[in-house]
Design a protein around this ligand. Sequence first.
Ligand SMILES: CC(C)(COP(=O)(O)OP(=O)(O)OC[C@H]1O[C@@H](n2cnc3c(N)ncnc32)[C@H](O)[C@@H]1OP(=O)(O)O)[C@@H](O)C(=O)NCCC(=O)NCCS
Length: 179
Amino acid sequence: MPTTLHCTQLKPTDTDALVSYLLLLSDVTKKRFAPHLFTAKAVEEILSSHQYAAFAVKDETAKRILAYAVVHFGVAQDEVPRFAGYGLEIHQQTDCMYAPSVADEWQGKGMGSLLLQFICDALIEEGKKRIFLWGGVQTGNTKALHFYSNRGFQVLGTFEYKGSNTDMLLELTIGQRTL
Ligand SMILES: CC(C)(COP(=O)(O)OP(=O)(O)OC[C@H]1O[C@@H](n2cnc3c(N)ncnc32)[C@H](O)[C@@H]1OP(=O)(O)O)[C@@H](O)C(=O)NCCC(=O)NCCS
């Protein structure tokens, strides 16, 4: 593991590094992680907008992003009916949605866990209370399902969109450890 590795919140100046990271993801990972387009314009918008917060594990020596996760503050309108259908009241001020990814060669080495803990700490600090998976997780993505379950996410239910997907929710508590 690189010694210069650290978690950080990305800024608009990270646009090129993030686009490079996204374009290098394998087709398999891209099929599982697609919260937004991977164009420079779309990435810059994510990094500039107050609607989102983008987080990464960076290797400062190699000047490379090794893992990236994006948080959407509040629940997007197209996801509200589904979450409400589980009998949940949506709180736009304190709910958020999250979608994680790790560079293919770094998957299964603790990067996703490290970044999730960093994100939980940052969101708790901001007064956020719940994290929904953004767009759910493909039910066949057993690796990700185990990842979420082992870190406190609860299954809400499933829905059909290009196959079966599972909605999951993490309730944030002060001092929460997901590692
Ligand atoms: C899902 C993802 C973010 C997890 O990050 P990661 O860095 O690989 O995960 P970590 O190394 O921190 O943790 C590994 C966990 O994954 C699970 N896992 C790893 N390899 C696995 C495998 N072959 N089968 C089942 N579970 C596996 C385990 O539950 C393990 O958790 P444990 O430590 O509790 O046993 C990452 O693998 C990824 O980017 N996958 C491709 C894109 C994707 O699926 N994104 C999610 C979209 S919803």
